[in-house]
Design a binder for this molecule. Sequence first.
Ligand code: SF4
Length: 96
Amino acid sequence: MTDGFNKKVSRRSLLKSAAVLAGVAAVPGLMATKQALASKAPKAAMQYRDHPNGNKDCSICMQFIPGKSPKANGTCKVVAGSISPHGYCIAWAPKA
Ligand code: SF4
C-alpha cells in the first residue's frame, strides 16, 4: 500500500522536477532569442552605405523608419544607427 503511495509521490515529484528543470533551461534560451530580436545588425555587416543602389534606397524600403522630415535621417528596423533616406544595404526590401 505504501509502495503505491510512494510511487505516486515519486512520479509526481519527478514530473514536477522535470517541469521546473525544463522551465529553467528554457529561460536563458528565451532571453537570448529576445536579445537577438532586440539588437540590430551593424552597418558594416549589412554593407550599408549612404547612397542608393540604382533606384533602390532606404526611403522606399519596408525596414525604414523616417526621420522628422523627408530629407532627415531616420532609423531602420534591422540596421543600427542613423540611416539616410538615400542609403542602401543588402537587406533592402521594397515597401508593400
Ligand atoms: S534594411 Fe537596409 S536598405 Fe532597408 S532601410 Fe534598413 S538600411 Fe536601408
